[in-house]
Design a protein around this ligand. Sequence first.
Ligand SMILES: Cc1cc2nc3c(=O)[nH]c(=O)nc-3n(C[C@H](O)[C@H](O)[C@H](O)COP(=O)(O)OP(=O)(O)OC[C@H]3O[C@@H](n4cnc5c(N)ncnc54)[C@H](O)[C@@H]3O)c2cc1C
Length: 337
Amino acid sequence: MKMIFENYSLKKHNTFGLDIKARFFASPENKKNIIELLRMGEFLKTKPLILGSGSNILFTRDFDGLVIKPEIKDITLVKETDDSVFLRAGAGVVWDDFVAYCTDRGWGGVENLSGIPGTVGASPVQNIGAYGSEAKDCIEYVEYLDLDSLKKVTLSGKDCGFGYRDSVFKNSLKSQTLIMHVTFILSKHPTLNIGYADLSDFFKDRECKGVNDIREAVIEIRNKKLPDPAVIGNAGSFFKNPVVEITKAEQLKKLYPTLKTFPAGEGLSKLPAAWFIDQCGYKGKRSGNAGVHSNQPLVLLAYEGARAEEILNLATEIINTVRERFGIEISPEVNIF
Ligand SMILES: Cc1cc2nc3c(=O)[nH]c(=O)nc-3n(C[C@H](O)[C@H](O)[C@H](O)COP(=O)(O)OP(=O)(O)OC[C@H]3O[C@@H](n4cnc5c(N)ncnc54)[C@H](O)[C@@H]3O)c2cc1C
């Protein structure tokens, strides 16, 4: 097994770049080592924290426990039919490497999720989504270790409680699982999904020939729109888009005709949180060393020297201002520890 580090800085392991310390840190490469580590950590009062690339986490204080970053890195073809392949990928596989693995072979399903930072292990946690696709559409099984019993559990995709940026792993199983593998079903004859506005614009004057074209387009669009965490600390969208009753959405739309609304299941509408944040004048605003991105107001920035408290205070101020002005509750997408 690799080393266990003590009083270990997580600065390189969270995309806000915050210099937070973990009492213990280890990156085991297989199930045996993970179980050994969990047994060793049993004396600690705090449950272990499972970390991927830290691209969806805001650490607000040092973590007085064991941080485990699983490095299981295999990708295995477990089943193949005339139409589909089933790929089982380790939690530590970089998500975008997995997407490239699929698109290079012409297998479809995850191409619209190209360029999302993070790991395969985290992909079911918030059911990552972008450009008209969500991970849930391709997830067959999630294999995890129950952190109490240390038993392996296999959960089928339909039992994962997937919703918009949501799953059982954020709710009833919160802090209870270490996801080791995720099995995806990919199509050998993919239907190309370019319905999302940015993608249909991109392909207005050019042909989309396959999943690789979608991958390239998505990466190009993302690079133009989103700040690179290697340049400035951020965790992508800090806030989720609020989902409200259609009647509420219609009332708001009458008052504010520029507000866009999107269907979100029976009787519900999804509203763009970015629009509300922009209307409240936060686009490009800076408060101390925390700020709001000037093109994409969903993204909070950690300027050099930012403290977690500054980011959290700015997030809270935005949530309160939007609530007071519009009666709309926006909530963080980022996991706050
Ligand atoms: C620039 C940028 C753009 C982004 N764009 C998008 C986007 O378009 N769509 C989108 O959905 N997200 C987006 N995100 C958010 C982020 O990429 C995803 O949430 C990603 O899945 C997080 O992966 P991670 O490995 O970094 O997880 P982490 O941030 O390390 O962890 C996230 C959560 O998952 C848990 N977790 C991680 N690994 C495991 C595991 N193996 N077992 C159990 N629990 C685990 C953690 O405890 C934590 O609660 C973006 C982030 C950035 C920085």
